[in-house]
Design a protein. Sequence first.
Length: 441
Amino acid sequence: MSILLSAFERCSPVLNRLGLLTVGLLAGGLVGGLGLSEAQAGERLAPEQRPETWDMSIEELQEIGLGQSRGEPVPVPAEYPRFNTEPRPIEGGVPPDPWVIFVNFDGETLTEGMDSAQDNITQVPLMGGEFAPYGEGDKRDAVMQAVAADWAAYNMLVVDERPESGEYVMNLTGPTNPFGGGVLGIAPVDCSNQQTHSNITYAFHSADDMFSAPITATTIGQEVAHSFGLEHVDEPNDIMNPYNAGGDPTFIDECIQIVGQLACPDQHMAECGEPTAQNAHQELLTLFGPAFVDTEPPSVVITSPFDGLEFADSPATVNVIASVSDNVEIASVRLEQNGGVVETLTEEPWQWTADNLGAGVYAFQVFAVDASGNEGMSNEVTVVIGAPGGSGGEDTDGETDGSGGADDDGEGCGCHSAGPLGPTGGAVLMLLALGIVRRRR
């Protein structure tokens, strides 16, 4: 059907499912080289840009295979405990960790009770028991990319592997659907994310269904947003629209009328000045803050050997040691020798051994790349091997072995000869010359 765009047309290139999709940190100016991004708020599309399906009735949508509902969210029971009644603070100039969205494609066995994503406990009626996996294939990867794009403006981390610790909201994405094919998803609604932090939400999709990656991502995004207190609004351009009208909606920066039940009036009043209108974009910014973009490259310094080190003998061995730091995370560090790559390391210690180096001049430089792709480079350090009067010996720890400081008679004065008379003889001649000049005056 032509109005259903394929996952490959809308979401390429495919992301690596085994990695993490970092789609945001928190806000507040420039913090340790993390630049506050311009949070990409969704805007209502101009009439000529809107898919024609966005202006169809529910009946018209259903005639072409759309029009499924995303179920009314289930309020968290009032007696459940409350947690984050205050905004998360920025401590010591460092923003708090991003909130985690775990998209679980692999299925799970659920028990009923107060929501706990870590323990696979669900508070949504009918969802206890086995939840089937989504299935494999490129479409699954495309869905992950589309979800990441939907949340890219906020302090969120989207992953498809279960975090080892901490709190997170889990969206189970798979075909298990006790509500029937006319419903694409369901979730609890947790006003301002204050009660059951680690909610479980549901998107009833599979790898072989008829829906494109953006439509599946919209279901996932809406159900996750319910767990942060967002509710349905009457606008197909917004992710929180309760009916599937196709296209690729976003969280719009605009107060839009809420439809259906009203669970979180105070949350909406804070942004729109009225309890029955919702600005999804601003509410998410209030809860989590906008994304940061890491633009600061790593700092790299070669600490050994020192620049200009000389070796009298060849071949020689040179140990190169670097100090590397970054405001986020180091991905790789490589050593280059005379412009060619010697070796790339992905974990500390950042040190290399260049052995069996013949006579010549060798320039060493270290380059580090952080997790955001920023590259930093060190100062260039030059070593001379086979130099007359050089220090000699191996540079095993960045220091010379001490033998190069001895003079020709082995007495160990630690000075290089300045001529046939040596440094002492040269000083005597200088004093004699000064005496002669003075006598002539």
